[in-house]
Structure formats: C-alpha cells, structure tokens
Write a protein that binds this ligand. Sequence first.
Ligand SMILES: C[S@@+](CC[C@H](N)C(=O)[O-])C[C@H]1O[C@@H](n2cnc3c(N)ncnc32)[C@H](O)[C@@H]1O
Length: 228
Amino acid sequence: MIPVAASVGDAEYTLRDLAVPLDLKHLVPAATDWEVELGFGKGRYLLRRAESRTSHGFLGVEMAGAYYRLAQQRMRRRKLTNLVLVHGEALYLLSGVLPRAFAAAVHVYFPDPWPKARHQKRRLFDTETVDLVLDLLAVGGRLYFATDFLEYGEVVQGILESYPAVEVAEVPGCWANGARTNYEAKYLREGRPILRLEVQRVSEAKVSLHPEIEARVLAAVGTRQEAQ
Ligand SMILES: C[S@@+](CC[C@H](N)C(=O)[O-])C[C@H]1O[C@@H](n2cnc3c(N)ncnc32)[C@H](O)[C@@H]1O
C-alpha cells in the first residue's frame, strides 16, 4: 500500500503534491514541537491532544481508510490546523516519506501484534524495523507504547532495552491522565492487563540498525569479502 493522502485542516494532498521527506514547517508553520501517533485508529487521543496543545504540530498515520476519513471529518469539525493526518502504511512512510529525528513524542498504542511468524515482518517493533520508529525521535524525545498483547510487549521491551540509544521504563498502572485511546479505554473497562512503556532517546548518536541486525549485515559483508 502506498500513501494516498495527507490532510491539514480543509486541505488534502496526494503524495505527489508534497515534498519528500514531508516539509512539516510548510504544513504547520507555527508548530514549535512535533508529536506523532502511528496507527491512530479513530483518533480519540490524537484529536484531543492536538486540540489541547495548539502550539505543537501533530502528525498521525493510519492505514485504514475509514478511520482516516473519520479523523479527517473530526479534525475539520474542530477546525484544527496543527494536525497532519496521513493515510498510509507506517513502515513505508517511516522508511522515506517522514523526516527523521524531529519528534518530541511518538505515540504507539495497541499496535497490531501480528502473532503468526510469517506476518511478523509487518510489526512496527521488530529488530528489523525498530530503528525506523526510534529515529523519528529528536534527542530527549520520548516514545509512549502500550499493548494488551503481553507476549508481544515482552518482545518489544527486550528489543528496546538492547538498543543503546534509548532508556526504557515501564509505566506502572495507567498514564497520569487516564486512558489515551479507544482501545485502552475498552481494555480498562474489561480489566485486561496492559503493558505500558516510556522510552527516551538519550543519545546524540544516529539511531542505526538494531545491534542484532547490524551484526548480521556485518557478518554477511565479511563472508562476501572472504569469498572474493
Ligand atoms: C488495534 S488498533 C489500535 C488503534 C488505536 N491506536 C487505539 O489504541 O485505539 C491498530 C490500528 O493501527 C492501524 N495500523 C496497523 N498497522 C498499521 C500500519 N502498518 N500502518 C498504519 N496503520 C496501521 C490499524 O488500521 C488500526 O487502526
């Protein structure tokens, strides 16, 4: 799936209309800091947060067309001009369309866990993809993550903790301001256990490949050089 559209207030663009990587300063000129939500669903959290922090720019990514359009209608009804909604696939957008190291906060709540082995390459948090997500963060920026799929949560926590550029903390209980998203509100009502993580990018160093993948690439290069 390639991105089809991006909306800001009443304007809607196709990718062809826009500079790549996206020129966020052009889309929301007054924004001081940026926050990103990947897979915003019905947009409950993103819309509320954009409404409450008008000096910040917000960028939401969602691949389900029905949710994108629902959030677009709500954004327009609330006359929000500090929110960029992008309809597209997050890994594709992260790998070239979105700028790097610009976000003060990245929110990922209840991402699809893709439990089947053959689907795991679609995970946002996998050794092969985690660098794309972390590299959205400016130094000092924070990633907020939650999942009810605890098995996946443990894997994600392990991957993040083995990353030298970040510090990972488990958030005990609910976030300070209560449920953030539709899924979180639903799971809290159902009493499901939820793993919440807060992850800070602490290093100036460029976020590169996950150490495990880097080792694999170096081993492959070494093998090729030996063969030559
Ligand atoms: C389980 S729902 C959670 C929605 C919302 N974050 C919440 O907590 O209420 C996962 C959402 O992520 C979106 N999504 C899943 N994979 C995605 C991807 N690769 N790119 C963009 N959106 C994605 C789905 O369409 C869905 O809306």
